[in-house]
Unconditional design. Structure first.
Length: 163
């Protein structure tokens, strides 16, 4: 990128355009144009914004903007191909963590975990208790009354005596 920036700077100077004049015409800041000409890629937050700025600057200088953008894309490919896969994954993980921290946490945006419904278990337990109570009531009523055969025998026996 340094070579491309120097090429753009030489072209500007050979066209007789000052840095401030180019900045005013392109609506760029002076530091932005200085960073492009010095090849300082790290000064830009977005690579696509940098590419668009380089393209606009090349058009302004009367250069073939497509060739300049191709040169910039070649630099970008060389620069990004040196980044290891581990670095890319670490950067992606860090970005996801930052996004998670910035997320608004409200009752409407929280992820809800699926709750297990206890109603079927509760209703089965209630049914078992109810059936057990009914069985206990029936059994206790059956054993509550003794056979009355003894009373009948004594009564029948007394009548015979009276006759």
């Amino acid at each position: 990128m340094k070579e491309l920036g120097e090429y753009l700077k030489r072209t500007r100077i050979s066209n007789g355009v000052s840095l401030t004049e180019a900045c005013e015409d392109l609506d760029f800041s002076t530091t932005q144009l200085e960073n492009i000409e010095s090849g300082n890629v790290r000064a830009f937050k977005d690579v696509y914004e940098l590419r668009d700025s380089v393209k606009s600057y090349a058009k302004y200088l009367g250069l073939d903007s497509d060739k300049v953008v191709d040169e910039f894309n070649g630099f970008l490919f060389q620069h990004t191909s040196r980044i290891s896969l581990e670095d890319i994954r670490a950067a992606q993980k860090k970005k996801e963590e930052l996004l998670e921290e910035k997320r608004v946490k409200s009752p409407y945006t929280l992820e809800r975990k699926e709750k297990i419904s206890l109603w079927p278990v509760f209703s089965i337990v209630i049914a078992i208790i109810f059936i057990t109570l009914i069985v206990l009531i029936i059994v206790s009523n059956l054993n509550r009354y003794e056979d009355r055969t003894d009373e009948l025998k004594t009564y029948v026996g007394e009548e015979r005596l009276v006759l």
